[in-house]
Design a protein around this ligand. Sequence first.
Ligand code: AMP
Ligand code: GLY
Length: 421
Amino acid sequence: MKVLVIGSGGREHAITWKLSQSELCTKIYVAPGNAGTEEEPKTENIDFRAEDLEGLLSFAKNQEIDLTIVGPEAPLVSGLIDLFEENDLLCLGPNKLAAQMEGSKIFMKDVLKKGNIPTADYEVFSDPLLAKKFLENCEIPIVLKADGLAGGKGVIVAFSREEALEALNSLMVDKKLGSAGDILVIEEFLEGEEASFIVLCDGESIVPLASSQDHKQRDDGDEGPNTGGMGAFSPTPLIDEEYNKKILDEIIQPTLDELKRRKIVYKGFLYAGLMINKEDIKVLEYNCRFGDPETQPILMRMKSDFLDLCFKAARKELHNQSIEWDDRFALGVVMASKGYPEKYETGFPISGIFEESSYVKVFHCGTKKELNEIRSDGGRVLCVTGLGDNLNDAFNITYKATSKINWEGAFYRRDIGKRKQ
Ligand code: AMP
Ligand code: GLY
């Protein structure tokens, strides 16, 4: 089977790595990929950006691609799946309407509300004066969310009223995020521990993937600015079997039912960001894709044939399908460029990417190969991922490997997986 993977991050490297292990796989093209994807067996990077829908379409048609798998949200929200399906190409990912679960916070919150799915109380504002009035009287902390896609910069958790009013100004008046901030969701602050619960859907059936936990803040102890994710591990002890069932029955299934009620069919990965505390589980957000960096530890633990699963999901054949998992824990540490998530420099040669083993893998997130040398080429650069018999072993194995890798300005968190459970 010839597969096209769209995207260039650590998630797409992990997807490519896992697909290449399938006997069903004859060739993988990654658009545009990175220095890591290119090294995988049967794999070739192609020079198309994930946003170049027409270019990707003509490539897929010319090469007679059997299955296209989309990594990032932007092409999904722009309607890549609709375009491919109109051209009779098999692909995995939600269509434009379904991708609104990530593309519009208002849409997502309304699905949750109408579906009676637990989430933070919220109000929607399109008038900055009304939003200001609300913020002058609301409880603090408070959370402001830009309605549209904002590359991970659209959510501000304000711990003081001044901070909240400043955020409002920058989003709605100064338009720091452009039109993404035209409409705001302002919502109640939730306390607890965050976990990621990702499922694979075929439009009818759901197969849950292993649970995981990300670390969104840049610095140790969950300090510093929000990032795309600085490290993740799987499974999380926060979600036991009882919670697993509760999440499927009370969150995921009602979400898909509510979408169906709106005549929206969801196919692809659906990612629920959850806030878990002793009393309850609430939805913080939905993403219309696989998580990054969650994909890296999750796929390290997957024993089933990933291509077979994706193919079945795309063909609506997931009924009664289950996934076999390695019992061990996997933990991924993101190595990033100095300055990330704000401005950073790229192009530094990376040293110490060692021989990999069956229990450690260095996934590339933002790298390129130049003159036979691997160089940094993004904010998040690598995600070193290791397997261990328990979380502590996975921690030690992964950090030992991470400590050998370096480039000018490289940094990483030292406490992935060390939260008190
Ligand atoms: P989102 O992009 O919606 O996941 O938000 C980014 C991060 O902001 C989340 O991972 C949480 O850490 C935090 N966050 C979002 N919504 C809330 C909320 N209602 N209460 C507390 N923290 C939140
Ligand atoms: N790990 C967070 C995300 O994929 O959005």
